[in-house]
Design a binder for this molecule. Structure first.
Ligand code: SF4
Length: 879
């Protein structure tokens, strides 16, 4: 087949991919012509071809767990929503949508709720990752627009990365920076992050800032620029006079901040702060990249403005190589912003103000259009919990895992009168709570557009048929809207139809007053839409995109000037205390995406990090009396989780880190957001995911073990369990606090007597090892011990499941727990593309391989997507 050009469904980098088919196998490679990635992919994107199975797909509509027809399901949703609206008014219903939706899906969902149901109660999970950036942009620029583009990262002389583990969360952006620095070694990179993340590998200066202190640092920089003045590359008074308002008050507010004060507030050395200030002051071509570490805060909007302020002060906005640059987490967070997916926005970047409401109402012919904003994500689920919202429709997201105080979200949904979930995955923590399940199209089947972090609209094109009875999200919403009586307004019959309407609204009575403008895309016919090339909005009438905005110093405020806004810095809303002395920080790992429903389908990606963990500084490990490699309970008044302790000197003392991906489907208790306090920024409503006080204590396990089997084993009875997919088996890590481990008996019962059981038992140390062989093939192997450290390595055992027969040496090595010479233990996977393990890398380094390039030549590691290069560098340094 001719390769299909489409877009990666994971992060906001928005890489173009080429999908080719050979028989039943699909291969995915980077699209060399897509401007976002120019052929590059990260490990997640490169493994997309392995995630297309229909395992755990939701394929048919269901009501109360029973399969029904589409007509029955759609009628049920429409009737129940109408009934609630009739009895309790439009604000008694809500949609909670997602940055995974395509722009066309988002557009119709927003139109139905705001235009025709007449409520603002549609909010999106993008609220959780970038709504502070939206509010900060609007305050400063008068519109929610990212001024720059990825090319700026290659031509800048200084890149400041703040609150962003770019190497893991936006790997292709990171690769572009790495390549640029290699080509121009004089380029400087400053990383501002409490943790020394993988991104630090390319940083010339790492500021391990005290969590939450970013506004002090940037406000101090603003004052420093003022003191340096025009002559030394500092403040650009002429730019301020002509293009910025509010700078007098702003500069007065920061007037008392000198380097010693900033250093004290930020927990940094004065020399490091001074060096950062010197670099920024003296480097006109500077880009400040900010992400969740800035946004996910109870003062996130003020932090965003503190970053934008230093760019306004120097006139470095929308110029080649000079801009503030928000990079978004999700593939279509930006598309959602464009169509009004947030409760406080209308469509096409219009606000919920009378003039815009009237205009959009006329365009949609929607006399019932809402006149006020709806509830933001956290408030929305509070309203579900207290019964103000009686019917909710959740699309393509998993709030039972991802909302702060996630147990409260679960309780809210449990007692909600009517919960609809449209998704493509059958078993999620949220789908379990639905009355109606609607099967939605997945990546590879979807047809529409997404917008990446640099405002670039790209096509997601289908290359697979819709499986079972799955349908696109826009189709599902349209059908419900029609059944609710809105037959004239929901007439679009294709994604292309919807896109044309979306583009038409962007130009409707625009006259240059709104930034979001798709003038050149309003008349695309279906063939043009199919062939649409990636383009950055605004798109002029002749179809040209716009790489940069605001370069002329004109903004979308009433005066045409940007606004400089400084508020006194505030610390996190919930400080640590004696009983919860650690700061809990959450984030992503390199090879997983959100709650793993797609990335967890490939063993290759799970082999990098395969268990929920909490990363702690060695001093904190001693303080909490936990053990590296042991299990810890992390808890506070909101919830608790269990996780493996990983020691890391790169963690800031007092802060602990846990990844966001594990959930109730693959682990006993690893939903990090169960612990995160539902405190939000008062303007953006974005929760403070980066700063939650917790206690950490040992999980007092009396036994540990693991089971590997060809199919998943029911293990939810164990106090601690995780389940991961390996190449040819499933692995379950288990632990418990009972005086006696009864898993040997359970496994005997579960697997029966069919086959050869090989067993080894040592009651004195509670050791039990067993393997079940059938026709010479291994079916199951399990190891239990009182001591976790006595359990054998796992990776070589996984390899045995790939063999049709074990030889005698392998059989006898099996219960010894020792890899045979034929099947060495490669260790934890570092390079996911070529499956290169840590042990193999260490051995090569010990044999004299001394560079990343040489590891690539010898073992291929790091020679494809490059996502593992920071870890290779660390191994080279440490081995
Ligand atoms: Fe996908 Fe990786 Fe590109 Fe993000 S960086 S869009 S996850 S390939």
């Amino acid at each position: 087949m001719t390769p299909i050009r489409t877009t990666c469904p994971y992060c906001g980098v928005g890489c173009g991919v080429l999908v080719s088919r050979a028989g039943d196998t699909f291969s995915v490679r980077g699209d060399p012509e897509h401007p976002a990635n120019l052929g590059r992919l990260c490990s997640k994107g490169a493994a997309l071809g392995e995630t297309l199975s229909l395992d755990d797909r939701l394929l048919h509509p269901e009501i109360d767990g029973r399969r029904v027809t589409w007509d029955a399901a759609l009628d049920s949703v429409a009737q129940r929503f109408q009934q609630v609206i009739a009895e309790h008014g439009p604000d008694a219903v809500a949609f909670y949508v997602s940055g995974q939706l395509l722009t066309e899906d988002y557009y119709v969902a927003n139109k139905l709720m705001k235009g025709f149901i007449g409520s603002g109660n549609i909010d999106t999970n993008s609220r959780l990752c970038m709504s502070s950036a939206v509010a900060g942009h609007k305050r400063a620029f008068g519109s929610d627009a990212v001024p720059g583009c990825y090319e700026d990262l290659e031509i800048a002389d200084l890149i400041v990365l703040t609150g962003s583990n770019t190497a893991w969360a936006h790997p292709v952006v990171y690769q572009r920076i790495v390549a640029a620095k290699k080509a121009r070694p004089g380029m400087k990179i400053v990383l501002i992050d409490p943790r020394r993340t993988a991104t630090a590998e390319i940083a010339d200066l790492h500021l391990a800032i005290k969590p939450g202190a970013d506004a002090w640092l940037f406000n101090g920089l603003l004052n420093h620029l003022r003191r340096e003045g025009d002559n030394h590359g500092g403040i650009d008074w002429s730019y301020l006079e002509n293009h910025v308002e509010g700078f007098g008050a702003a500069l007065e507010e920061v007037g008392g901040l000198n380097i010693p004060k900033v250093a004290a507030h930020c927990g940094l050395a004065e020399a490091d702060v001074a060096e950062f200030y010197r670099l920024f002051t003296q480097t006109p071509k500077s880009v400040t990249v900010f992400s969740q570490g800035i946004n996910q805060s109870s003062s996130g909007v003020d932090k965003v403005n503190s970053v934008i302020n230093v760019h306004l002060a120097t006139g470095r906005v929308g110029l080649p190589g000079a801009s503030p640059f928000s990079i978004t987490g999700q593939p279509n967070a930006m598309g959602g912003r464009e169509v009004g997916g947030l409760a406080n926005q209308l469509a096409a970047h219009m606000d919920l103000v009378p003039e815009c409401i009237e205009r959009v109402g006329r365009f949609w012919n929607a006399p019932n259009i809402t006149h006020r904003p709806g509830l933001k994500a956290v408030e929305l689920f509070d309203a579900v919990r207290d019964g103000r919202i009686k019917a909710i429709w959740i699309m393509a997201t998993n709030p039972a895992v991802s909302l702060p105080e996630a147990d409260r979200a679960v309780a809210a949904l449990k007692q909600c009168e009517f919960v609809v979930v449209s998704d493509n995955t059958r078993h999620t923590d949220t789908a379990r709570l639905a009355h109606v399940l609607l099967p939605a199209a997945a990546w590879g089947e979807k047809d529409g557009t997404v917008t990446n972090s640099e405002r670039r609209i790209s096509r997601q094109r289908p290359f697979l048929p819709l499986p079972g009875e799955a349908q696109p999200d826009w189709w599902i919403v349209n059908e419900v809207a029609r059944r609710m009586g809105h037959t004239q307004a929901f007439v679009c019959n294709s994604a292309a139809d919807i896109f044309r309407e979306h583009a038409a609204l962007s130009v409707f009575e625009n006259e240059g007053r709104r930034d979001f403008n798709l003038a050149g895309l309003t008349h695309l016919d279906s063939a043009d839409y199919d062939a649409l090339e990636p383009v950055q909005w605004p798109v002029t009438a002749n179809g040209r995109g716009t790489p940069r905005l605001f370069g002329q110093g004109r903004y979308y405020t009433g005066s045409g000037k940007a606004r400089m806004i400084v508020r006194p810095p505030r610390g996190p809303a919930t400080p640590v205390n004696a009983s919860q002395p650690f700061i809990f920080n959450t984030g992503r790992v390199r090879d997983q995406w959100h709650s793993m429903s797609r990335s967890g389908k490939t063993a290759r990606l799970l082999s990098h990090i395969d268990e929920p963990y909490v990363e702690m500084h060695p001093a904190d490990i001693r303080r909490a009396e936990v053990r590296n490699g042991g299990l810890a309970r992390i808890r506070n008044g909101r919830g608790e989780m269990l996780a493996r302790v990983v020691e890391s000197a790169e963690q800031r003392p007092g802060s602990v880190f846990a990844p966001i991906h594990w959930n109730g489907q693959n682990s006993a208790k690893a939903r990090v957001d169960a612990l995160v306090y539902a405190v939000t920024d008062e303007i953006s409503g974005q929760p403070e995911f980066k700063h939650t006080p917790v206690a950490v204590e040992p999980y007092a396990a009396t036994w540990y073990g693991f089971v590997m089997a060809r199919a998943p084993v029911e293990c939810t009875q164990a106090g601690y369990w995780t389940r991961v997919r390996c190449r040819a088996c499933w692995r379950h890590e288990l632990a418990g606090t009972e005086s006696e481990c009864d898993w040997p008996r359970r496994l005997r019962e579960a697997f029966g007597a069919d086959g050869d059981w090989i067993e080894m038992k040592d009651c004195g140390v509670s050791r039990y090892r067993a393997a079940l062989m059938r026709d010479g093939r291994i079916e199951m192997v399990c190891f239990f011990d009182r001591d976790f450290a006595a359990l054998p390595p796992r990776h070589w055992l996984e390899g045995l499941f790939e063999q049709d027969r074990l030889n005698d040496a392998e059989r006898s090595a099996l219960l010894m727990g020792l890899p045979s010479r034929d099947v060495p233990d490669a260790g934890r996977t570092v390079c996911a593309c070529f499956g290169v393990g840590e042990n193999a890398l260490k051995q090569a380094i010990r044999q004299g391989v001394n560079s990343v390039e040489a590891l690539g030549i010898k073992l291929q590691a790091g020679s494809n997507c490059g996502s593992c290069i920071p870890e290779l560098k660390k191994l080279l340094a440490a081995t």
